[in-house]
Write a protein that binds this ligand. Structure first.
Ligand SMILES: Nc1ncnc2c1ncn2[C@@H]1O[C@H](COP(=O)(O)OP(=O)(O)OP(=O)(O)O)[C@@H](O)[C@H]1O
Ligand SMILES: [Mg+2]
Length: 511
């Protein structure tokens, strides 16, 4: 059994075909020859073999077809099959013309001795071409995969050479640092530009550590295109450690740490606040006893004979003492959780808070509009709900500081659309300047305040805690364009126990 050889033969002469087959068999092949004489037959035959033809041998001229035509036809298909022209008598010019047209070789029928070496050489070359094409395809698809992956990746990836020039950056770098793709492509972005000056030494030493292999992870500050600083976690690897040092490239992954740092800060602040609350409560508790003694002494002093001056001082002292007593009871109440919820009349609470702000509202020319509905009392910790209302009204009054305005207080029977649960909806709306989006997104964070020294930034944070404890919710709407203002709408269920245990306090913030 010889080597199999799939031959597509373009030939009209059956005798020549016979001779050719005999020649191939003698040379050790078991040829499978399909002979065609026309272009149509050639096209059909080319498509017949799924595994492809090993070689095309074509007679130079046939009555209705020719080798050059067959070659042209082959070039228009996707097949890469070695093509050898054959002819009875070969003139030098014909041979040259055939080779120019793209034939792989030209063999004379009179001298078939050259045929087999030509077939073997061409088949070997075709196989090499095939391997090369497969390798190129694999490389292209791996490059495309890499490209798709790094484009979709939420991380920022940049590749730099050892001089610190950034040679590649994915979209993540654009999102994180704000440099555009053309800026990166023209090579003007460097490691020196990206790292904070204080971090450049670290960056340079990192570049050299990394150049020898995998680096560790470091936290550094980067400079965005607009000059702002962003904290990042950076990890890197050398892409081509086999290259000489100066030709190595380093890939660095950058993770934005802004959010993480912010939540750490909030957590730290919350812990600080809890500790401060405990401390304040214990101080207030300690102050309470001597305070009672002083109050008693003042009472006794009041019974004594005093001249006018003395009585005036006593009154002043009593006034200040009342303030201290008020502050300590407030502090104690704030920290100590009230134990039992009671029947609470929301309208009464609103009135007491309005009374508190009456003087300020008059001074600032703020008009209070009451739209009180027919609502039942709710079961709640009244002191805490008063605290929520006082903060909402206080914020509204603060917001309308410059040129007066209207404060709307509306109460209605409400219903939670998700659960159908009944409750009371309280609206506190003002005609103040409103908030921008950035402010609105942060108002419930502890210590977030735009009021400088006059605000602690705890009001809304505590309010949210209290509402969530009562299974209530809050919605905020704010507008800076006319008609501007801010609307807080809180919902409190009639019975705090009515809400399901898994229900979370709902917070909706909208424009
Ligand atoms: N009605 C409002 N109009 C405009 N901005 C508001 C309004 N309510 C709240 N804000 C914004 O929300 C921020 C946070 O409010 P929050 O009540 O938590 O703290 P604060 O009022 O600043 O301080 P504190 O209540 O502790 O005295 C305010 O500083 C303000 O910027
Ligand atoms: Mg406030």
């Amino acid at each position: 059994m010889g080597k199999p050889l799939r031959v597509l033969l373009v030939e009209d002469n059956a005798d020549d075909a016979f001779l050719l087959e005999r020649h191939l068999r003698r040379a050790g092949y078991t040829p499978q020859i399909t002979r065609v004489e026309t272009a149509d037959a050639m096209v059909q035959t080319l498509e017949q073999l799924a595994e492809g033809w090993d070689i095309i041998l074509a007679d130079y001229s046939l009555p209705n077809f020719s080798a050059p035509e067959a070659l042209r036809l082959l070039k228009h298909t996707r097949y890469d099959v070695p093509f050898i022209m054959m002819s009875g008598a070969v003139s030098e010019e014909t041979a040259v013309a055939a080779m120019r047209a793209g034939a792989h070789d030209y063999v004379s029928k009179q001298n078939l001795a050259r045929l087999v070496p030509a077939i073997e050489r061409e088949m070997k070359e075709a196989e090499e071409r095939h391997h090369k094409r497969t390798a190129e395809r694999a490389l292209r698809s791996s490059e495309e995969r890499f490209h798709r992956l790094v484009t979709a990746m939420p991380l920022a990836l940049l590749i730099s050479d050892l001089s610190g020039r950034v040679v590649y950056a994915n979209r993540g770098v654009e999102r994180l640092l704000g440099y555009s793709q053309p800026e990166i492509e023209d090579g003007s972005v460097t490691i020196e530009r990206i790292f904070e000056p204080a971090a450049i030494d670290t960056a340079n030493s990192l570049l050299h550590t990394w150049s020898s292999g995998f680096g560790e992870h470091y936290e550094v500050d980067c400079v965005k295109r607009d000059g702002t600083i962003v904290p990042v976690l950076i990890g890197a690897a050398v892409l081509n450690p086999e290259n000489p040092l100066q030709d190595r490239q380093i890939a660095a992954f950058l993770v934005d740490l802004t959010e993480q740092k912010r939540s750490h800060q909030i957590l730290r602040n919350t812990e600080k606040l809890a500790a401060a609350g405990r401390l304040a409560a214990s101080v207030a508790h300690e102050i309470n006893n001597p305070l009672e003694a002083v109050t008693n002494c003042m009472y006794l002093l009041n019974q004594c004979q005093l001249d006018d001056k003395g009585r005036q001082y006593l009154q002043l002292a009593q006034h200040e003492l009342n303030r201290v007593t008020h502050i300590t009871t407030q502090t104690l109440r704030f920290y100590r959780q009230s134990t039992r919820a009671t029947e609470t009349n929301i309208h009464e609470l609103l009135e007491t808070v309005l009374a508190l702000y009456d003087i300020r509202m008059r001074a600032q020319n703020i008009q209070a509009l009451r739209e009180f509905g027919n609502i039942p009392s709710i079961v709640a910790h009244d002191g805490e709900i008063r605290q929520v209302l006082a903060n909402l009204i206080g914020n509204a009054v603060d917001a309308m500081q410059s040129d007066g305005g209207k404060l709307l207080l509306r109460t209605r029977i409400g219903r939670r659309w998700k659960t159908g649960q009944h409750g009371v909806a309280i609206t506190v709306a003002d005609t103040g300047p409103g908030m921008d989006r950035k402010t609105r997104d942060r108002i419930f964070e502890p210590f977030f305040s735009t009021k400088g020294l006059t605000g602690t930034g705890l009001g809304l944070w505590i309010s949210l805690e209290i509402l969530s404890k009562h299974h209530g919710s809050v919605q905020v709407r704010s507008r800076q364009m006319r008609p501007h203002g801010t609307v807080f709408r809180i919902f409190l269920p009639l019975q705090p126990g009515e809400a399901s245990e898994h229900e979370e306090s709902e917070l909706r913030v909208s424009a």
